[in-house]
Ligand binder design. Structure first.
Ligand code: C2E
Ligand code: MG
Ligand code: MG
Ligand code: MG
Length: 275
């Protein structure tokens, strides 16, 4: 009996695995078809300075599948990275970033616009050339664009990454390390990179101030802030959801706050209306 139960369990496991693969392929197929249609939209989540004034915004992709409805970027971005679809998607995001810079300027409320750049997109040989071409084509001002990259980018080919960052910085692009604190950055790395900003990962923000289950997180946030202060970097706290978190972060010297407490990601048109 034990043997056959074991076998059944394996058969079930295999079936589940297969359907995972099938699901993944279906998702990638549908995502490929969504590119260039109105299923995909970039939302914008504003960031606020200590005085409560908007001083930046992050563009976040939204996918409304015709049958499944909204699909989380946490699901489809990793699939896009693995399949390579992130390259055409990333190209589109860059264009949308530039268009948004122009729309915000035209509306009389210019704000720096942050976009997420995936490692695979950044590592393309001609990435800097692509960025320059899209800037020229759209006429957007590079100094209004911030590229959010993750610490994962720094693990491989650090020298090449630094060179490419410098090339983009020389045309006015600014760089931010996203989800900071979850990866491998050491102070040594950070000093070598032409950075503008760090974004403290939501997981640390969640447990400030002084969640008794995780007292270390308050210390981590304070350490990041003091390190960023020494390096002259702007710091954005991600995922600020409560008044207590906001008060703590402001008192600790955080430059800007982003999170549901202040504003949720919204269509660009909604932000312009709200402003
Ligand atoms: P991320 O870049 O770290 O973006 C922040 C995420 O936190 C977003 O999730 C945002 O909606 C969410 N968020 C903001 N405020 C709060 C809050 O107060 N509480 C909570 N619980 N969450 C908050 P989203 O939009 O689901 O995106 C997830 C991830 O997918 C992003 O993390 C980013 O890594 C990736 N992503 C999204 N759009 C793009 C894109 O256009 N290109 C690339 N390469 N990646 C993207
Ligand atoms: Mg981000
Ligand atoms: Mg983040
Ligand atoms: Mg993230």
């Amino acid at each position: 009996r034990a043997k056959s139960a074991g076998r059944n369990r394996i058969a079930f496991f295999e079936a589940a695995m297969q359907s995972d693969v099938e699901q993944r392929l279906a998702l990638e197929n549908d995502l490929a078809e969504a590119i260039g249609t109105d299923q995909l939209e970039m939302f914008l989540q504003p960031q606020f300075d200590a005085a409560g004034q908007p001083d930046g915004c992050e563009m976040l992709m939204r996918w409304t599948h015709p049958v499944r409805g909204p699909v989380s970027p946490a699901v489809f971005i990793p699939a896009a990275e693995e399949s390579g679809l992130i390259l055409p998607l990333g190209d589109w995001v860059l264009r949308e970033g530039c268009r948004t810079v122009l729309r915000l300027q035209e509306a009389g409320h210019p704000l720096p616009v942050s976009i997420n750049v995936s490692p695979r997109q950044f590592r393309q040989i001609d990435f800097a050339g692509q960025v320059k071409a899209i800037l020229a084509e759209t006429g957007a001002d590079a100094s209004q664009l911030i590229f959010e990259v993750t610490e994962g980018l720094l693990i491989e080919n650090l020298e090449e990454t630094i060179l490419r960052m410098h090339e983009l910085v020389s045309i006015g692009i600014r760089f931010s390390i996203d989800d900071f604190g979850t990866g491998y950055s050491s102070l040594g790395y950070l000093r070598r990179l032409p950075l503008y900003e760090l974004k403290i990962d939501r997981s640390f923000v969640q447990d400030t101030p002084g969640n008794p289950d995780n007292p270390g997180d308050t210390a981590i946030v304070q350490t990041i802030l003091s390190m960023a202060g020494h390096l002259g970097l702007r710091v954005v706290a991600e995922g600020v959801e409560t008044r207590e978190q906001a008060d703590f972060l402001k008192a600790a010297g955080c430059t800007a706050l982003q999170g549901y407490l202040l504003a949720r990601p919204m269509p660009v048109a909604a932000w312009l209306q709200w402003q």
